[in-house]
Design a protein around this ligand. Structure first.
Ligand SMILES: [Zn+2]
Length: 282
Protein backbone atom coordinates (compact mmCIF):
# COMPACT_ATOMS: atom_id res chain seq x y z
CA UNK A 1 0.00 0.00 0.00
CA UNK A 2 1.10 3.58 0.45
CA UNK A 3 4.12 5.06 2.19
CA UNK A 4 3.66 7.34 5.18
CA UNK A 5 6.08 9.64 7.00
CA UNK A 6 5.89 9.87 10.77
CA UNK A 7 7.19 13.26 11.85
CA UNK A 8 8.45 12.75 15.39
CA UNK A 9 7.87 15.84 17.53
CA UNK A 10 8.35 14.36 21.02
CA UNK A 11 11.69 15.98 21.89
CA UNK A 12 10.24 19.43 21.14
CA UNK A 13 6.44 19.55 21.24
CA UNK A 14 6.37 16.78 23.81
CA UNK A 15 9.09 17.78 26.25
CA UNK A 16 8.16 21.45 25.96
CA UNK A 17 4.98 20.62 27.83
CA UNK A 18 6.76 18.75 30.61
CA UNK A 19 6.69 20.79 33.79
CA UNK A 20 9.96 19.48 35.18
CA UNK A 21 13.17 20.39 33.32
CA UNK A 22 14.46 17.34 31.48
CA UNK A 23 18.26 17.09 31.66
CA UNK A 24 20.13 17.84 28.46
CA UNK A 25 21.81 14.43 28.38
CA UNK A 26 18.43 12.70 28.60
CA UNK A 27 17.14 14.79 25.71
CA UNK A 28 20.24 13.89 23.69
CA UNK A 29 19.89 10.21 24.46
CA UNK A 30 16.19 10.32 23.55
CA UNK A 31 16.98 11.85 20.15
CA UNK A 32 19.88 9.44 19.55
CA UNK A 33 17.61 6.49 20.27
CA UNK A 34 14.84 7.88 18.05
CA UNK A 35 17.41 8.33 15.27
CA UNK A 36 17.97 4.56 15.20
CA UNK A 37 14.30 3.56 14.81
CA UNK A 38 13.98 4.36 11.11
CA UNK A 39 12.29 7.73 11.63
CA UNK A 40 13.26 10.18 8.92
CA UNK A 41 12.08 13.40 10.56
CA UNK A 42 12.71 14.46 14.14
CA UNK A 43 11.86 17.83 15.64
CA UNK A 44 14.65 18.20 18.14
CA UNK A 45 14.11 21.46 19.98
CA UNK A 46 12.94 25.04 19.84
CA UNK A 47 15.17 28.10 19.56
CA UNK A 48 12.92 30.29 21.61
CA UNK A 49 13.65 32.67 24.46
CA UNK A 50 14.32 30.62 27.64
CA UNK A 51 12.17 33.20 29.40
CA UNK A 52 9.13 31.85 27.51
CA UNK A 53 10.06 28.20 27.40
CA UNK A 54 12.66 27.27 30.06
CA UNK A 55 12.47 23.61 28.98
CA UNK A 56 14.13 24.50 25.65
CA UNK A 57 16.91 26.69 27.13
CA UNK A 58 19.48 24.04 26.13
CA UNK A 59 18.51 24.01 22.42
CA UNK A 60 22.05 24.62 21.12
CA UNK A 61 23.60 22.03 23.47
CA UNK A 62 21.03 19.44 22.40
CA UNK A 63 21.55 20.08 18.69
CA UNK A 64 25.32 20.06 19.18
CA UNK A 65 25.30 16.93 21.35
CA UNK A 66 23.33 14.46 19.26
CA UNK A 67 24.79 11.82 16.93
CA UNK A 68 23.53 12.80 13.50
CA UNK A 69 22.11 9.93 11.47
CA UNK A 70 22.46 10.95 7.80
CA UNK A 71 19.05 9.38 7.05
CA UNK A 72 17.29 11.71 9.50
CA UNK A 73 16.35 15.36 8.96
CA UNK A 74 16.69 17.21 12.26
CA UNK A 75 14.34 20.12 12.70
CA UNK A 76 13.89 22.96 15.20
CA UNK A 77 11.17 25.48 15.87
CA UNK A 78 12.29 29.04 15.16
CA UNK A 79 9.75 31.71 16.09
CA UNK A 80 11.90 34.69 15.08
CA UNK A 81 15.13 35.90 13.50
CA UNK A 82 17.23 35.40 16.65
CA UNK A 83 15.98 31.84 16.91
CA UNK A 84 16.69 31.26 13.23
CA UNK A 85 20.28 32.53 13.58
CA UNK A 86 20.89 30.20 16.51
CA UNK A 87 19.25 27.27 14.73
CA UNK A 88 21.43 27.74 11.64
CA UNK A 89 24.56 28.07 13.78
CA UNK A 90 23.67 24.79 15.47
CA UNK A 91 23.45 22.98 12.12
CA UNK A 92 19.75 22.12 11.81
CA UNK A 93 18.55 20.46 8.59
CA UNK A 94 15.23 22.27 8.63
CA UNK A 95 13.19 24.64 10.76
CA UNK A 96 9.55 25.25 11.54
CA UNK A 97 7.52 28.41 11.99
CA UNK A 98 3.99 28.68 13.28
CA UNK A 99 0.82 30.67 12.85
CA UNK A 100 -2.74 30.22 14.05
CA UNK A 101 -5.94 29.90 12.07
CA UNK A 102 -7.76 31.66 14.91
CA UNK A 103 -7.30 35.39 15.48
CA UNK A 104 -7.87 35.21 19.24
CA UNK A 105 -5.51 32.26 19.67
CA UNK A 106 -2.83 34.16 17.76
CA UNK A 107 -3.25 37.22 19.98
CA UNK A 108 -3.28 35.22 23.22
CA UNK A 109 -0.53 32.79 22.25
CA UNK A 110 1.97 34.89 20.32
CA UNK A 111 0.68 38.34 21.12
CA UNK A 112 -0.01 39.52 17.59
CA UNK A 113 -2.59 39.19 14.84
CA UNK A 114 -2.32 36.43 12.22
CA UNK A 115 -1.29 39.01 9.61
CA UNK A 116 1.39 40.46 11.92
CA UNK A 117 2.74 36.98 12.63
CA UNK A 118 3.05 36.33 8.88
CA UNK A 119 4.83 39.65 8.36
CA UNK A 120 7.35 38.75 11.08
CA UNK A 121 8.23 35.58 9.21
CA UNK A 122 9.34 37.37 6.04
CA UNK A 123 12.92 38.06 7.25
CA UNK A 124 13.04 34.61 8.89
CA UNK A 125 12.14 32.99 5.56
CA UNK A 126 14.70 35.12 3.74
CA UNK A 127 17.43 33.91 6.06
CA UNK A 128 16.33 30.29 5.63
CA UNK A 129 16.48 30.66 1.85
CA UNK A 130 19.93 32.19 2.06
CA UNK A 131 21.16 29.13 3.97
CA UNK A 132 19.18 26.60 1.93
CA UNK A 133 17.17 25.46 4.94
CA UNK A 134 13.73 23.99 4.37
CA UNK A 135 10.95 25.58 6.39
CA UNK A 136 7.86 23.81 7.63
CA UNK A 137 4.79 25.80 8.64
CA UNK A 138 2.55 24.88 11.54
CA UNK A 139 -1.02 26.10 11.60
CA UNK A 140 -2.71 25.69 14.97
CA UNK A 141 -6.42 25.48 15.83
CA UNK A 142 -7.39 24.17 12.38
CA UNK A 143 -10.86 23.01 13.41
CA UNK A 144 -11.45 24.40 16.90
CA UNK A 145 -10.02 27.20 19.00
CA UNK A 146 -10.22 27.31 22.81
CA UNK A 147 -11.48 30.93 22.56
CA UNK A 148 -13.30 31.26 19.25
CA UNK A 149 -14.89 27.79 19.03
CA UNK A 150 -15.24 26.30 15.54
CA UNK A 151 -12.86 27.58 12.88
CA UNK A 152 -13.93 27.94 9.27
CA UNK A 153 -11.90 25.85 6.79
CA UNK A 154 -11.56 28.97 4.62
CA UNK A 155 -9.62 30.69 7.45
CA UNK A 156 -7.25 27.72 7.58
CA UNK A 157 -6.87 27.82 3.80
CA UNK A 158 -5.99 31.50 3.91
CA UNK A 159 -3.19 31.18 6.47
CA UNK A 160 -1.90 27.92 4.93
CA UNK A 161 -1.71 29.49 1.48
CA UNK A 162 0.07 32.51 2.95
CA UNK A 163 2.69 30.28 4.62
CA UNK A 164 3.23 28.31 1.40
CA UNK A 165 3.60 31.56 -0.49
CA UNK A 166 6.22 32.67 2.03
CA UNK A 167 8.18 29.54 1.07
CA UNK A 168 7.17 26.77 3.47
CA UNK A 169 7.57 23.33 1.86
CA UNK A 170 4.78 21.79 3.94
CA UNK A 171 1.95 22.85 6.23
CA UNK A 172 1.30 20.84 9.35
CA UNK A 173 -2.34 21.23 10.34
CA UNK A 174 -2.70 21.16 14.11
CA UNK A 175 -5.80 20.10 15.98
CA UNK A 176 -4.42 21.96 18.97
CA UNK A 177 -7.12 21.11 21.48
CA UNK A 178 -7.92 17.68 20.08
CA UNK A 179 -11.58 18.52 19.52
CA UNK A 180 -11.78 17.53 15.86
CA UNK A 181 -13.88 14.57 14.77
CA UNK A 182 -13.11 12.69 11.54
CA UNK A 183 -15.91 14.61 9.80
CA UNK A 184 -14.24 17.92 10.72
CA UNK A 185 -10.90 16.73 9.32
CA UNK A 186 -12.52 15.62 6.08
CA UNK A 187 -14.52 18.85 5.71
CA UNK A 188 -11.35 20.87 6.32
CA UNK A 189 -9.25 18.90 3.85
CA UNK A 190 -11.97 19.03 1.22
CA UNK A 191 -11.69 22.82 1.23
CA UNK A 192 -7.88 22.95 1.50
CA UNK A 193 -7.37 20.49 -1.35
CA UNK A 194 -9.16 22.78 -3.79
CA UNK A 195 -6.15 25.13 -3.65
CA UNK A 196 -3.27 23.16 -2.03
CA UNK A 197 -1.64 19.96 -3.34
CA UNK A 198 -2.11 17.12 -0.87
CA UNK A 199 1.64 16.39 -0.64
CA UNK A 200 2.11 19.85 0.88
CA UNK A 201 -0.11 19.02 3.85
CA UNK A 202 0.54 17.10 7.06
CA UNK A 203 -1.69 16.41 10.05
CA UNK A 204 -0.79 17.09 13.67
CA UNK A 205 -3.49 15.38 15.71
CA UNK A 206 -3.83 15.62 19.45
CA UNK A 207 -5.35 12.78 21.40
CA UNK A 208 -6.99 14.85 24.13
CA UNK A 209 -10.37 13.21 23.47
CA UNK A 210 -8.87 9.98 22.09
CA UNK A 211 -9.79 10.82 18.53
CA UNK A 212 -6.29 11.22 17.09
CA UNK A 213 -6.18 7.78 15.45
CA UNK A 214 -9.59 8.08 13.80
CA UNK A 215 -8.67 11.58 12.65
CA UNK A 216 -5.41 10.27 11.18
CA UNK A 217 -7.44 7.60 9.37
CA UNK A 218 -9.66 10.36 7.97
CA UNK A 219 -6.52 12.14 6.80
CA UNK A 220 -5.21 8.96 5.19
CA UNK A 221 -8.52 8.56 3.34
CA UNK A 222 -8.11 12.08 1.99
CA UNK A 223 -4.58 11.38 0.78
CA UNK A 224 -2.47 12.86 3.60
CA UNK A 225 0.82 10.98 3.93
CA UNK A 226 2.66 12.82 6.73
CA UNK A 227 1.54 12.70 10.36
CA UNK A 228 3.09 14.32 13.43
CA UNK A 229 3.29 12.36 16.64
CA UNK A 230 5.23 12.19 19.87
CA UNK A 231 6.98 9.11 21.26
CA UNK A 232 5.31 7.88 24.47
CA UNK A 233 2.65 10.54 23.88
CA UNK A 234 5.01 13.08 25.44
CA UNK A 235 3.35 16.40 26.07
CA UNK A 236 -0.01 14.84 26.68
CA UNK A 237 -1.65 12.37 28.99
CA UNK A 238 -0.77 10.66 31.18
CA UNK A 239 2.11 12.91 32.14
CA UNK A 240 0.38 16.26 31.93
CA UNK A 241 -3.35 15.77 31.94
CA UNK A 242 -5.13 18.45 29.98
CA UNK A 243 -1.96 19.59 28.26
CA UNK A 244 -1.38 19.48 24.53
CA UNK A 245 -2.21 15.79 24.21
CA UNK A 246 0.14 14.67 21.44
CA UNK A 247 -0.77 11.31 20.01
CA UNK A 248 1.82 8.61 20.77
CA UNK A 249 4.07 7.74 17.81
CA UNK A 250 4.04 4.03 18.70
CA UNK A 251 0.21 4.01 18.63
CA UNK A 252 0.21 5.67 15.20
CA UNK A 253 2.84 3.24 13.94
CA UNK A 254 0.97 0.23 15.27
CA UNK A 255 -2.20 1.36 13.48
CA UNK A 256 -0.34 2.00 10.22
CA UNK A 257 1.38 -1.40 10.46
CA UNK A 258 -2.01 -3.10 10.91
CA UNK A 259 -3.18 -1.46 7.71
CA UNK A 260 -0.08 -2.61 5.86
CA UNK A 261 1.16 0.94 5.39
CA UNK A 262 4.92 1.24 5.30
CA UNK A 263 6.80 3.89 7.27
CA UNK A 264 10.31 2.45 7.56
CA UNK A 265 10.03 2.69 11.34
CA UNK A 266 10.66 -0.33 13.58
CA UNK A 267 7.83 -0.71 16.13
CA UNK A 268 9.87 -2.74 18.58
CA UNK A 269 12.65 -0.16 18.63
CA UNK A 270 10.16 2.69 18.95
CA UNK A 271 8.44 0.93 21.88
CA UNK A 272 11.85 0.62 23.54
CA UNK A 273 12.42 4.36 23.17
CA UNK A 274 8.97 5.02 24.64
CA UNK A 275 9.84 2.84 27.67
CA UNK A 276 13.19 4.58 28.03
CA UNK A 277 11.68 8.08 28.23
CA UNK A 278 8.74 7.01 30.39
CA UNK A 279 11.24 5.62 32.90
CA UNK A 280 13.29 8.80 32.85
CA UNK A 281 10.24 10.98 33.47
CA UNK A 282 8.84 8.92 36.34
ZN1 LIG B 1 1.36 18.83 19.37
Amino acid sequence: MCEVTIFEVGPRDGLQNEEKFVDTDIKIELINRLSETGLKKIEVTSFVSPKWVPQMADAAEVMGGINRNPNVAYSALTPNLIGMEKAIASGVDEVAIFAAASETFSKRNINCSIEESLQRFIPVMAMAREHNIAVRGYVSCVTHCPYDGEIAPSDVAQVSEALLKLGCYEISLGDTIGKAAPGDIKALLKVLLTSIPVEKLALHCHDTYERALVNITAGLDMGIRTFDSSVAGLGGCPYAKGASGNVASEAVLEMLNEQGISTGVDLEKLNDVASFIKNKLK
